[in-house]
Design a protein around this ligand. Structure first.
Ligand code: EPZ
Length: 421
């Protein structure tokens, strides 16, 4: 078993390259199921979640090879369409194979993804939308059993903006008969990357990036060859790492237009930013000013950067109020931050963060992917040594984050520890 050990207090300086976006790669990998062919996805990050969905597709009969940052997928010979519990429970995003399998094969059996640390994570909107498109949906023994001779276009309004819900229905609509209109659809850049991929495959899609998507279904699609967009959450995490250590860092390859809400908040803390065609640079202020943050669907402040921002604001000169509106239980990292000396009071979905002059290193436990990043950032700024346990959470969504931080000057390393520590 591994943990990450950090000796804090070093200012980060230099340049770092952002990887491809996990949350864009996963739906685009699933989209290759729509069409028997040989597909190429470029700029695919090397992450545990990518390995998990690749294993899932290989179980269906997809042949997958990697050459550098490109993933080649041969989806001409699907043997079956069952996504087993033991894989789905390790990654909820496995639900993304439901729409494409149902659209291509007319049937799919996918384990219901359980909840996770941050919330119940229901998939009712996915199922409601597919049923509206003519699918027969049954829930048996913890599995979703879906069938449809051919899905038909529908005018569907989501009860709540859902990223993977929008992505599942987008993919299903690509092979449906007629036109599908999705209202209250998610607008995230990762959804837009999927829409661009489906367009490459021959779909007529309008409205990507808006809450109203219109998709003309096709009987046949083309092979997919597309670049995965840069990971805005990794980029934001690296920018916050610079700000929390009082450093100056340039994150190469990220797109400022995908980071608007975070950049506004970083500027409000007093950080100085420079946005160029190939990335964003940040210089930390002498003393961080407090700011209030409310997470919202894109283009609002991303819930996936809330924990990292809380680590930063734990050291601001004053009180910040952070409200998490997307997930019902995404403040688990506050308990571990308090063990490092942070002064945070939680009331429901709101955390009142009173900045302290310094954090103390400690052994802390990651509860979920972004909480693990938050604790790493806190460790970078804390006095003495911090050990972040359960680093497998981090490796689900960050490509060698410890190595990238070390290259920027952090005193950080992976350490093997006894099992069950
Ligand atoms: C995606 O999850 C991301 N994952 C999450 O990133 C991200 O935090 C989330 O969107 C919000 O931006 C991937 O893209 C693989 P939602 P998703 O459906 O699609 C409720 C990370 O750290 N809801 O947009 O599962 C839900 O409970 C991960 O990289 C329903 O009620 O999130 C939540 O309150 C974590 N019914 C809200 O909608 C549904 O059928 C938004 O969830 C679906 C969702």
């Amino acid at each position: 078993m591994e943990c990450i050990e950090i000796t804090g207090g070093r200012r980060l300086c230099g340049e770092v390259q952002v990887s491809g976006a996990k949350n864009a790669a996963l739906p685009l990998i699933a989209a290759t199921l729509l069409m028997p062919g040989r597909h190429a996805l470029r700029n695919v990050p090397r992450l545990r979640d990518v390995t998990t969905i690749a294993t899932l597709l290989e179980g269906f009969g997809v042949a997958i090879t990697r050459q550098d940052e490109t993933l080649f997928l041969d989806t001409r010979h699907l043997r079956h369409a069952e996504a087993p519990y033991d894989l789905v429970r390790t990654m909820r995003a496995s639900i993304l194979v439901l729409g494409p399998l149902l659209a291509r094969l007319g049937r799919a059996r996918v384990s219901l993804p359980g909840g996770c640390a941050i919330g119940a994570r229901p998939v009712d909107q996915h199922l409601k939308g597919l049923a509206a498109m003519g699918a027969e949906i049954a829930l048996r023994h913890g599995y979703i059993e879906a069938s449809a001779s051919r899905l038909r276009g529908v005018h569907f309004t989501f009860d709540i903006a859902t990223v993977t819900g929008t992505e599942n229905l987008l993919m299903a609509a690509a092979l449906a008969e007629g036109t599908t209109v999705l209202e209250n659809a998610a607008r995230e850049p990762e959804v837009q990357n999927l829409a661009a991929g489906l367009r490459r495959m021959g779909c007529a899609i309008e409205g990507d990036g808006t809450p109203r998507l219109c998709i003309e279904g096709r009987r046949e699609l083309r092979e997919l060859d597309i670049d995965i967009i840069p990971d805005r959450v990794e980029a934001g995490t690296l920018l916050i790492a610079a700000a929390i250590t009082g450093g100056t860092v340039t994150v190469r390859g990220c797109r400022a237009e995908h980071l608007g809400a975070l950049l506004e908040k970083l500027e409000a803390t007093g950080a100085r930013l420079a946005c160029g065609h190939d990335g964003v640079s940040v210089t930390a202020p002498e003393r961080l000013r407090p700011v209030d943050i409310t997470t919202l669907p894109y283009p609002g402040f991303p819930t996936d950067l809330q924990a990292q921002a809380m680590a930063l604001l734990s050291l601001a000169a004053g009180d910040s109020v952070i409200t998490e509106t997307v997930f019902e239980n995404r403040l688990l990292h506050t308990a571990e931050l308090r063990r490092m000396g942070a002064n945070i009071r939680v009331d429901g979905r709101t955390a009142c963060v009173r900045g302290v002059p310094r954090l103390e290193g400690a052994t802390v436990m990651a509860t979920d992917l972004r909480a693990s990043a938050c604790l790493v950032l806190a460790g970078l700024a804390a006095a003495n040594s911090t050990r972040v346990l359960r680093v497998y959470h981090l490796d689900r969504g960050y490509e060698r984050l410890d190595e990238k931080l070390a290259k920027l000057g952090a005193d950080i390393r992976r350490v093997r520890i006894p099992q069950g520590y």
